[in-house]
Design a protein around this ligand. Structure first.
Ligand code: ARG
Length: 459
């Protein structure tokens, strides 16, 4: 047991209590942030005349040495310390003696841990953002290649109207674009420095909080020291944004799984991203997509957990807040893994364009266009809907598509039909006549792809 606070106590902490209380097994992840924050703190203390320059040099040298040694595997983060803050401080004192004891001047572990966690999260927001960018690039490249790849669009998982693969992918581009924007929002809102909040009421030392904030790349200091040590909103926002990312990935995964099924065969997942069965030799399973779909629950769990942890905590710091770490770390690592793997799977996946097009042709996806044809020839839409309904029924009975009917057959149901009906219900007519922005027609898609390219250039 190695603690920073033995002075007031006459008895040793019970070992079970110590273990229950300790956080080093997971907050060891924050060693670099802890050291970086301490270096900035010490530079500020010296600038303000609270520490001598000699002490400052010694402390910074010591801290940099600890960082380098941990990174090189020369110094092990020992679990005999209560938390990462105690480990760094005790190791520093061990290595440089007296000056090390001055490191914690004008600081509490409450503002220290608030800072460490913010520094960590800030970097992770950035990393997640880069992974989203990679995914957006992969989606855009599929879009560019497939403005003329016809496929059925679905509602209720029933074939609805013909679209293109570019159009379908575009829906995911929009989702992940919003995710990207959420990351930017979070970064902007969280980028204030809690260091200098002390335990909760600031300190009596003449700290220059603006200076510390600037050294650490923050926009400025937090403006209320109570909130500074007890705010975990940015983690909740981040977990919520990650949950939305996972929800998007999960929907996408579900589609990949369906498309990769024997019945659909719209795509073939690359061998490198599939797995086999131990018993059934013919199997090639979409495990990666299934795992991404499955891991979504873990990330939602982290969000629910932290929301629940925070809901009853009075101001300011309470030990409950130590629970902000493990599940957050897990959620971040999970989301990063899922984003990277999903992007790899998408990049290597083969689209079976012929199957997509055949499926679109066989599902009466041009029925709405047949009704629109009648409307353009003076029939009221409700009547046109009824007429085309009869056509569809007729085709189902005969096992043919609308396009396969003879003009006589068309006319036997409505005399309004003429030879140009075939042109009106052709796949590329149905798609390419839909030219309003956001629709699948090639003209509209080309426009949107241009906007997306510009978006990624300015990313
Ligand atoms: N391990 C603690 C946490 O993660 C550090 C802060 C401890 N502060 C305290 N007053 N006990 O929240």
């Amino acid at each position: 047991m190695a603690q920073l606070w033995g002075g007031r106590f006459t008895k040793e902490t019970d070992q079970l209590v110590y273990n229950f209380n300790a956080s080093i097994s997971f907050d060891r992840k924050l060693y670099a942030q802890d050291i970086k924050g301490s270096i900035a703190h010490v530079m500020m203390l010296a600038k303000q005349g609270i520490l001598t320059d000699t002490d400052k040099e010694k402390i910074i040298d010591g801290l940099e040495g600890i960082l380098a040694d941990v990174e090189r595997g020369k110094l092990e983060i020992s679990e005999k310390y209560e938390d990462i803050h105690s480990f760094v401080e005790a190791t520093l004192i061990d290595r440089i003696g007296e000056p090390g004891k001055k490191l914690h001047t004008g600081r509490s572990r409450n503002d220290q841990v608030a800072l460490d966690m913010k520094l960590y999260t800030r970097d992770e927001v950035h990393l997640i953002d880069n992974l989203i960018e990679e995914l957006l690039r992969a989606i855009l490249s599929i879009m560019e290649d497939n403005t003329e790849t016809f496929m059925p669009g679905f509602t209720h998982l029933q074939k609805a109207q013909p679209i293109t693969l570019a159009h379908h992918m575009g829906a995911y581009f929009e989702m992940f674009k919003r995710d990207h924007e959420r990351m930017r929002d979070i970064y902007r809102r969280m980028n204030t420095c809690p260091l200098g909040s002390g335990a909760l009421a600031g300190t009596t030392y003449p700290l220059d909080r603006e200076y510390t904030a600037k050294l650490l790349g923050f926009d400025g200091p937090t403006l209320n020291s109570i909130d500074g040590v007890s705010d975990r909103d940015y983690l909740i926002e981040f977990l919520s944004a990650l949950s939305i990312v996972m929800m998007h990935l999960s929907r996408f995964s579900e589609e990949v799984i369906i498309w990769n099924s024997n019945e659909y065969q719209f795509v073939e997942i690359d061998d490198a991203y599939s797995t086999g069965s131990s018993i059934m030799p013919q199997k090639k399973n979409p495990d990666i997509a299934e795992l991404v779909r499955g891991k979504t629950g873990r990330v939602y769990g982290a969000l629910m957990s932290l929301l629940t942890t925070m809901k009853g905590i009075p101001l300011a710091y309470n030990k409950d807040m130590q629970e902000d770490k493990e599940m957050t770390f897990d959620a971040i690592d999970t989301a990063k893994g899922c984003l990277a793997l999903f992007t790899g799977m998408l990049r290597t996946m083969q689209f079976k364009k012929n199957n997509m097009e055949t499926s679109a042709k066989n599902g009466f996806t041009n029925a709405t266009d047949a009704a629109d044809y009648l409307v353009n020839h003076g029939v009221a839409f409700r009547d046109a809907h009824g007429i085309v309904g009869q056509l569809v029924l007729y085709c189902i009975e005969k096992g043919i598509a609308l396009d396969d009917m003879t003009l006589e057959e068309f006319k036997s149901i409505s005399p309004v039909f003429e030879e140009d009906i075939y042109e009106a219900i052709r796949m590329d007519t149905c798609v390419n006549k839909r030219v309003t922005i956001g629709a699948p027609g090639k003209k509209a898609m080309t426009e949107v792809i241009k906007i997306y390219k510009k978006y990624l250039r300015e990313y």
